[in-house]
Design a binder for this molecule. Structure first.
Ligand SMILES: [Zn+2]
Length: 905
């Protein structure tokens, strides 16, 4: 038994009037009543006859008291909480964040942390102990109804801790030691750190702050391993210290009126299952998350709000960025004004000497930090019963604004996947069951990766601007780029704090031409700032408009109207009016699709992160034109006399990435489905699903064949490759690249593979196969057979076009890039033919036929002596090997019993 437990037992002894007579192992008799004995001064608890000082005097000797929402006493490793009667009746929201991470995986400084719902805690006094209970807030029923008894019986709260009451505190409350609560793996970080466990001995308290409405507790939590695990950002894996921050506040009881959500308008939700609900659909009641904004004078339109939404700009925000941030926040007032509120938001600058704390939840802060992670986010605190937003901060890591990231030096297949929506397959190889994609994180889709992508967009913009002829103009444009970029990210993050989710269809609204016509556009390039928008840069000969949206778009106005317009009738009574607002969703400017519509395997090619303009083919061809325009002279522009060459390499990668990413968006049209959230009867509504026009699918494929599968667009002056230098630094904090010279073949093939994977993923093929039934019998449809035939023809075109000629290994009939692509494609066909993909069985047979055909054609080329005899070694070997490989597949296929049996969904 350690010293602390001993102290507690002695303390309990005091309260019970047992003095020092308690011996080890002897449990003090519990009191029979569960009623809190609060408010009675401790001294009366102690036997009046003795002159013994109250226990807390010993217990709290040299402790630092802190008083706010809670009264706590900090003493070394111990933190005592003096629980007052009102504390027992309260419910608390407990938010966890990582204030200092280990720079790995999900454990990054500044990120919020949690699995599933936010925590709601309650403390209950049970005998002489206090239980800390995590409340179940997901289920409810009308009080006193039979359903409420059923809910109470079926869904229980979780008791997390039972703490002995040490003594009465100086104010008469129950004193408990919170050490065992927080000096533990309370946030369950060990779930994502295999091999590590929480070490109490190596952990200690960070700062403990008590504010009027919240407690901020920080623990420097050390997770220990045997030392075999390697984390290169941690000096010694035997002890990885992570600062875990707990922010605790009371769920207030206000007269807030919740507003029901609609799936046509993108708000974060608070969903509760209400067993008293009489709905014929399901029993979920879904509220939008929003601020409690009420008109000061209901007769006015617009009226100022009773209470403004107030943002403080932290004093750490550099002067030169303040205006863009102010402007970005204030833009939202325009939308609020249309919804009936004047000056809904007010921005205040934290003075240099002003000591209000950003962690105090009475203040919403725009925070400016330098964590070297380059992100921005807008976490908020929400009442889990009503969806009322109680407090929100915007945390901005300045890093993304100006830095050319080191990771642009080498692009891996993983980087490319991250830029293009992530996982493309939902059927793990050889199975017909979709994999479960709903892992525990990220939760509720409120994680924002805008700033990370923006960092690359700014780099792209800078590379383009620096190609201008006049250095003075370039400098001015660079400034404009940064200021506009910052304003757009600010508008986006503020949108999150107002309750809005991402809308990745916002950038599809206008054509690129219209966006760059100032009189047509008026600053809103896109329908919403809740999209991730790339830098708008046009090639020579075009009129150049703004680089980024400088104001909100029509979708933003509409969403604010839905969420904040004052309506009458109470939560249920305002429903008809809300439905009327939402029913405008058929307007193309109001189209909405969010994170769960924009995963790699999702069907709608109109919903993308970082695409721009109504026509993806146009966007991709413009990005390609930009690459062609910018690469000549790139090294000279990016590398000043005396510099190393790393910047040139990063710029080159960023340019090609833009081209690759935009081409990927084009590939999503093949086998794509356009989706709509409109409801039946909405004006101009589209059906939930419509097939992408066959003509458009063919155009998309043609564009990829001409530009991406041909090697013509990857031909750069040979000296360029040799100028793409690397960083020679080798110390902590820099990433060690695997290969220093530029791997040209790998680089090109990675991008081509990504697009092939998209076109031939089992999900794409299943969709295309189904499309044949989803269109009227006489309608033109692009079939999987057509896709495979076209791809074989385009990728193996040399088999037809190679004529007699003077080929050498340096001037081969089939170029090295094309040989690589052909091998990749053969692999894909093999996978299909052998049934190791979950593609429809019709694709299996067509792939077999394609391979068989191709084999005949390759053989006939190789048998054609005049041509064959003059082939270079590479091309001949490649064709011979391809034919042999196909023969093996065809053989193996014969031994397969039948196409796989069984249905797949
Ligand atoms: Zn976002």
């Amino acid at each position: 038994m350690n010293h602390r437990i001993r102290l507690i037992i002695i303390a309990i002894g005091f309260v019970l009037g047992l003095g020092h007579s308690v011996t080890w192992g002897q449990t003090p008799t519990p009191t029979t009543t569960e009623k809190p004995k609060e408010a009675t001064p401790t001294t009366t608890e102690v036997k009046p006859t003795t002159a013994t000082p109250p226990t807390f005097l010993t217990l709290l000797k040299d402790a630092t008291p802190k008083s706010g929402l809670w009264t706590v006493y900090q003493k070394g490793q111990n933190l005592y909480w003096e629980i007052s009667p009102s504390d027992y009746s309260a419910e608390y929201i407990v938010l966890i964040s990582i204030s200092r991470g280990i720079g790995q995986g999900q454990i990054l400084g500044g990120m919020s942390w949690g699995f599933g719902d936010d925590w709601v805690w309650q403390v209950r006094k049970i005998g002489e102990s206090v239980h800390i209970v995590r409340k179940n807030v997901r289920f409810k029923a009308n009080a006193n109804s039979p359903e409420s008894k059923a809910v109470a019986a079926a869904y229980t709260d979780s008791v997390l801790f039972s703490l002995p009451i040490s003594s009465k505190g100086p104010k008469g409350g129950d004193l408990v030691d919170l050490t065992s609560v927080f000096m533990s793996d309370l946030p369950q970080i060990s779930r994502v750190l295999p091999g590590f466990s929480f070490s109490q001995q190596k952990s200690n308290w960070g700062e403990v702050k008590a504010f009027e409405e919240n407690m901020e507790l920080e623990v420097a939590a050390t997770y220990a391993s045997s030392g075999n695990a390697e984390i290169d950002t941690v000096p010694d894996s035997r002890g990885a210290t992570i600062n875990v921050h707990y922010s605790i506040s009371k769920i207030p009881n206000t007269g807030y009126q919740p507003r029901l959500a609609d799936d046509r308008v993108g708000y974060f939700l608070t969903a509760v299952k209400d067993f008293s609900s009489k709905s014929d659909r399901d029993q979920f009641v879904r509220f939008i998350n929003r601020w409690d904004l009420q008109k000061a004078d209901p007769s006015l339109n617009p009226s100022p709000p009773k209470k403004q939404i107030e943002f403080y700009l932290e004093k750490t925000v550099p002067f030169k960025y303040r205006k863009a941030i102010y402007d970005g926040i204030y833009e939202w007032n325009k939308a609020f004004e249309k919804a009936g509120f004047s000056n809904a938001i007010i921005v205040k600058q934290q003075g240099d000497k002003e000591n209000i704390d950003p962690e105090d939840i009475r203040y919403n802060f725009f925070r400016w930090i330098t964590s070297n992670a380059g992100f921005a986010m807008g976490p908020s605190r929400v009442n889990p019963y009503t969806g009322q937003i109680l407090d929100a901060d915007i945390i901005f890591d300045a890093d993304f604004l100006t830095s050319w990231k080191q990771e642009y030096e080498t692009f891996t297949a993983r980087t490319i996947a991250e830029m293009t929506g992530g996982e493309l397959e939902i059927y793990p190889e050889g199975t017909t069951r979709p994999r479960a994609f709903f892992d525990e994180r990220p939760r509720s889709g409120n994680e924002c990766a805008l700033a990370t992508g923006m960092s690359m967009q700014l780099a792209f913009g800078a590379a383009a601007i620096m190609a201008g002829a006049d250095p003075k103009v370039n400098e001015a444009n660079m400034e404009k780029l940064i200021q506009q970029g910052l304003k757009e990210v600010t508008m986006h993050e503020v949108g999150h704090t107002l309750g809005l989710r991402h809308n990745f269809k916002g950038s599809k609204w206008q054509s690129l031409k219209d966006m760059n016509e100032p009189e047509k556009c008026n600053g809103c390039l896109v329908a919403t700032v809740m999209d991730y928008n790339p830098t708008n840069i046009v090639p020579k000969g075009w009129k150049q408009g703004d680089y980024y949206a400088t104001t909100l778009g029509p979708y933003d106005d509409w969403a604010i109207e839905y969420g904040y317009k004052t309506l009458s009738g109470g939560t249920l009574g305002e429903l008809p009016e809300l439905k009327k607002i939402a029913s405008r969703s058929g307007d193309p400017a109001l189209a909405f699709a969010t994170d769960e519509d924009t995963r790699g395997f999702d069907p709608d090619p109109d919903s993308n992160r970082f695409d721009l303009g109504s026509d993806p083919m146009e966007y991709a061809s413009i990005r390609l034109a930009m690459v062609k325009e910018l690469i000549p002279g790139l090294v000279d522009r990016m590398t000043k006399e005396g510099d190393d060459y790393t910047q040139a390499r990063r710029a080159f990668n960023v340019l090609i990435a833009q081209y690759g990413q935009s081409s990927f968006f084009v590939s999503r049209y093949v086998g794509g489905l356009q989706t709509s959230r409109s409801h039946k009867g909405d004006k101009d509504a589209k059906l939930p699903v419509s097939l992408v026009d066959a003509k458009r699918q063919r155009e998309a494929l043609k564009m990829l064949e001409d530009n991406f599968f041909s090697d013509a667009n990857f031909q750069f002056p040979p000296e360029l490759w040799n100028q793409l230098g690397w960083s020679n630094w080798n110390h902590w904090g820099v990433r060690e690249g695997t290969r220093k010279d530029f791997g040209v073949h790998d680089f090109v093939l990675q991008w081509q593979d990504r697009i092939l994977d998209q076109l031939l993923s089992s999900v794409t093929l299943k969709r295309m196969h189904d499309a044949e039934l989803k269109a009227p019998a006489d309608a033109d449809v692009m079939t999987t057979a057509e896709l495979l035939q076209r791809l074989t023809k385009a990728i193996f075109s040399e088999v037809e076009t190679t004529k007699e000629g003077d080929y050498t290994n340096r001037k081969p009939a089939v170029s090295s890039m094309r040989r690589n692509l052909q091998r990749s494609y053969l692999e894909e066909l093999t996978k299909l033919a052998l049934g190791s993909s979950s593609a429809p069985q019709d694709c299996q047979t067509v792939a077999y036929a394609e391979l068989s055909n191709l084999q005949v054609r390759i053989k006939s080329l190789l048998d054609n002596q005049p041509v064959s005899s003059k082939l270079d070694t590479y091309s001949r070997a490649h064709l011979q090997e391809s034919a042999a490989r196909i023969a093996k597949v065809l053989d193996a296929r014969f031994q397969l019993p039948t196409p796989r049996a069984g249905l797949s969904f």
